[in-house]
Design a protein around this ligand. Structure first.
Ligand code: HAM
Length: 417
């Protein structure tokens, strides 16, 4: 048996990398006032249909939908923005605090064609801010995610930025697009011919050369921006400039979800091949109201954790986790006797391991080497009689005898944690 298509097991190394990224995220984003939120893995299907838009690829083709025996229509979440909005409305959170900042992480599900960096179960780390339409929300939140990523030193990242307008100026652009595409309909691919009728903005995303040739000749969306949209976008750019954050203006950038208004952005990596988006997001000032809540401006992004961890693994950017201490015993009876000492060492913060199957001294030492243990504590007959252990520094190849009782203090000194 194998894991289902598009899903995968995260084995020890990758789990460790996920943990490191996730715990750094919680630490980093709490500095900006983000608080964690966890929502259910499945929601009522109507939430995503209304939230993301029924003409989007996600809703029309990619949702894992099910009808329960009781007749409930449920969907495994394909993203979390709609879920977070639902939670904010359901718990009336906007009544208590006018500016809310959430961070979340967890698995999402989309029935897509699997390929490198694209899975059917994947993981996102995301952030959502509710309650302000100030362009500084974009600036601060984009800065927050870039400084979150900066210790990973990922090369070749490009921040792409656009404004997709809002309900006051977008309809004119959509009408213009439709009209132009109608006159060139013979040149459009099958997908675009369909999208032209159902979700015309998505045509801008097409990679087909013939479609691109048509699109490249059209006026960009910025020609249709209202003064409010333009002022907002320029203020976002000014804020990013002030922080020396470089970006590329991309008039073709539209996102795959219908809820965006004004600012849309993506961070792409030149090292990810076809699935180059590390993260994407934007402003969605109408979504909370669409889902039945009060009028609430909002902005957020989500990052593909599988893609980020893939980049880190390729660069070996994360440190190996070495056990601090590996115990080597000569007899099974010693093991039980040492359990309290092992517990004390672990309570002091040390990672301590041993081979429960014991085996020969040589095989235990081999395992310590394979795990790259920093120190070994050798407990032979002589050490047992003297109430000591031989502490071997595996990097320096030096060793000394230490009374068993002193071991926690010695470890604290030589291997602080
Ligand atoms: P999204 O662009 O659909 O946006 O997804 C965000 C990120 O999730 C992508 O940039 C990518 O890194 C990762 N991702 C998406 N699909 C897959 C997949 N099949 N396999 C692996 N990684 C994937 C959203 O989901 C919005 N909710 C973002 C947002 C938050 N906008 C506002 N707030």
């Amino acid at each position: 048996m194998k894991s289902a298509k598009g899903t995968r097991d995260l084995l020890a190394d990758e789990c460790r990398q996920f943990q490191q990224v996730e715990s750094w995220a919680l630490q980093h984003f709490s500095r900006y006032g983000f608080q964690e939120i966890r929502t259910p893995i499945f929601e009522e299907t109507a939430l995503f249909v209304r939230g993301i838009g029924d003409e989007t690829d996600i809703v029309s083709k990619e949702m894992y939908q099910l009808t329960t025996k009781g007749g409930d229509e449920l969907t495994l979440r394909p993203e979390m923005t709609a879920s977070v909005c639902r939670a904010v409305i359901q718990h009336n959170l906007l009544a208590n605090d006018d500016l809310l900042r959430f961070i979340y992480m967890g698995p999402m599900f989309r029935y897509e064609r699997p390929q490198a960096g694209r899975y059917r179960q994947f993981h996102q780390l995301g952030a959502e801010v509710f309650g302000s339409d100030d362009p500084l929300v974009e600036v601060e939140t984009i800065e927050a995610v870039l400084s979150f990523l900066s210790p990973f030193q990922l090369p070749n990242l490009t921040l792409r930025l656009n404004s997709v307008g809002d309900s006051s100026d977008r309809p004119a652009y959509l009408a213009y697009l439709r009209q132009e595409l109608d006159t060139h309909s013979g040149q459009l691919c099958q997908d675009c011919t369909r999208r032209k009728e159902t979700n015309v903005l998505r045509v801008l995303d097409c990679k087909n050369e013939a479609c691109r040739a048509v699109l490249d000749r059209l006026h960009p969306i910025s020609t249709f921006w209202s003064t409010t949209t333009r002022d907002h976008f320029e203020a976002v750019c000014r804020g990013l400039d002030r922080l020396s954050i470089s970006y590329v203006l991309d008039p073709m950038l539209v996102r795959g979800l219908d809820y965006y208004t004004r600012t849309a952005f993506e961070l792409q990596s030149g090292e990810l091949g076809a699935q180059s988006a590390v993260l994407g997001g934007g402003r969605y000032d109408n979504l909370v109201a669409t889902l039945g809540g009060p009028d609430t401006p909002a902005f957020g992004w989500a990052l593909g954790l599988d893609r980020l961890v893939g980049l880190l693994a390729a660069r070996k950017a994360l440190p190996e986790q070495r056990p601090h201490l590996f115990f080597i015993f000569s007899q099974r009876e010693q093991l039980e006797e040492f359990l309290p000492l092992l517990a004390r060492l672990r309570a002091g913060g040390h990672s301590v391991q041993f081979d429960l199957r014991l085996g020969s001294f040589k095989s235990q030492m081999k395992r310590a080497n394979r795990l790259q243990a920093r120190y070994c504590a050798i407990v032979g007959e002589r050490e047992c009689q003297g109430g000591t252990v031989t502490l071997k520094d595996m990097d320096q190849s030096s060793q000394r005898e230490v009374p068993q009782d002193h071991l926690p203090a010695v470890m604290k000194e030589v291997c602080p944690c």
